[in-house]
Design a protein around this ligand. Structure first.
Ligand code: NIG
Ligand code: FE
Length: 413
């Protein structure tokens, strides 16, 4: 039995509370312990309390002195596109010159250009590129990411991407929750109906049989998959036992949030263009909104989703990076917290809840991660600050001191 004692956190931000996603004013209750500590045994949290109490129980434990810094649960990033080849620097420059995401996609950039590079890459090459990125996430204090396929768009290339994810799960410390996003775009070599048949008849059954994904997602958007097509794919996925997430209403208010409610999806993601009816529909079956302000920022838009209305309606809001080469090339949850507070008027408390415990519930892992409570995995970060609000306040400079997963240091000093 290996014991570790974390002592002297200026603030141990536990997020202890009800065993369910947090809504309304509960999103502002972080259950902070001043001069706090934790006793960890075999990678799990055993006792959480004042440093004095932990010290009294820590006779044979290795000591981690937080030295008056902030300790936070590892961030749970519930929406990323982690595995792809290359980058989209040309798109980035074209946007800087004033072209839009949709114009660039039509002119040969966009998702399709990443699909071509990803198809050409071997599993080993994709693994090497994604492995590097797992280190970026860990360095930013993220210990779990959801990761979507979607840059392959053939049976073999989608499977190749999902297999890279399971290898990353085994060979890197970062925990990865795989999502199948075969319906990310229609590949150039076939029409939409043909491709949807391929997704439903070949990709989904293989992925379900080989247990390569926990969730299925669809890019429900003008020019990608409409509501009817998205419904077909997601219904087939649900019948195979996958849970559902949807890219909804990102560029146009096209009924994605309502479809998420109709299908009782676990999450509806993006929601930049969702109106009050979409919000009410999500509330009727408690779909969790996953807000991705990094993509709004990086696309140079100011059209942020209506976070305040969603919180006031009682939805269990989640924040995530949307890490991808096109619309949101950041692995940094601290950056996302900054944008959430300054642009969407979420409070630092709400943003912290959205990036940890609520995100954990959205990945069906609320009883294992997302807060610092007895019995949960010892996934946590020490931040080089005295007040947790500094994490969102100082932007553009990494403040992580060290990061731990199951009680093992995986980044930092
Ligand atoms: O979530 N919206 C669709 N997918 C990504 C963008 C992917 C890309 O541009 O490569 C997103 O923003
Ligand atoms: Fe996305």
């Amino acid at each position: 039995m290996k014991s570790l004692a974390v002592l002297h956190a200026s603030q141990l931000v536990t997020l202890a509370g009800p065993q369910q996603p947090r809504v309304g004013s509960d999103m502002s209750d972080l259950a902070i312990i001043r001069d706090g500590g934790m006793l960890i045994t075999d990678g799990k949290i055993d006792i959480v309390g004042s440093s004095d109490r932990i010290e009294r129980n820590a006779s044979s434990a290795e000591i981690i002195d937080a030295g008056g810094r902030v300790v936070l649960p590892g961030f749970v990033d519930a929406h990323t596109h982690l595995v792809f080849a290359g980058n989209r620097l040309d798109d980035f420059e074209r946007r800087a010159r004033g072209e839009t995401y949709e114009q660039i996609a039509k002119a040969g950039g966009g998702i399709w250009s990443t699909v071509e590079k990803t198809r050409a890459a071997s599993g080993d090459e994709l693994f090497a590129q994604a492995q590097k990125r797992t280190e970026w996430f860990l360095r930013c204090g993220t210990t779990t990411v959801e990761a979507k396929s979607g840059y392959g768009l053939t049976v073999e290339d989608e499977l190749k991407i999902l297999r890279v994810m399971s290898r990353l799960n085994e060979e890197t410390p970062l925990e990865i929750v795989p999502t199948f996003l075969g319906a990310h775009a229609v590949p150039r070599e076939m029409d939409a109906d043909e491709y949807i048949e391929l997704v439903i008849d070949e990709m989904l059954p293989r992925i379900a049989t080989e247990k390569l994904a926990e969730f299925c997602d669809v890019f429900c958007e003008r020019g990608y998959f409409d509501v009817k097509q998205s419904r077909r794919i997601l219904t087939a996925a649900r019948e195979l036992g996958l849970r559902l997430r949807i890219h909804a209403d990102q560029l146009t208010n096209s009924g994605g949030a309502k479809l998420a409610a109709e299908l009782e999806a676990t999450t509806a993601d993006h929601l930049e263009k969702t109106d009050e009816q979409g919000i009410a529909a999500m509330k009727s079956v408690d779909v969790q909104p996953v807000l991705l302000p990094g993509s709004v920022y990086a696309l140079g838009s100011t059209d942020y989703p209506r976070a305040r209305e969603m919180i006031e309606t009682g939805l269990a809001v989640v924040l995530a990076t949307d890490f991808n080469p096109g619309s949101s090339p950041t692995p940094s949850m601290p950056m996302i917290l900054s944008v959430a507070c300054t642009q969407m008027k979420m409070s630092p408390e709400e943003a912290t809840t959205a990036a940890t415990i609520n995100a954990a519930y959205s990945l069906s892992r609320g009883s294992n991660i997302g807060s610092l409570e007895r019995g949960k995995l010892a996934n946590f970060s020490i931040f080089d600050c005295q007040d947790y609000r500094e994490i969102a306040y100082w932007f553009g400079i990494p403040r992580t001191h060290s990061v731990y997963l199951r009680g093992k240091r995986v980044a930092g000093a």
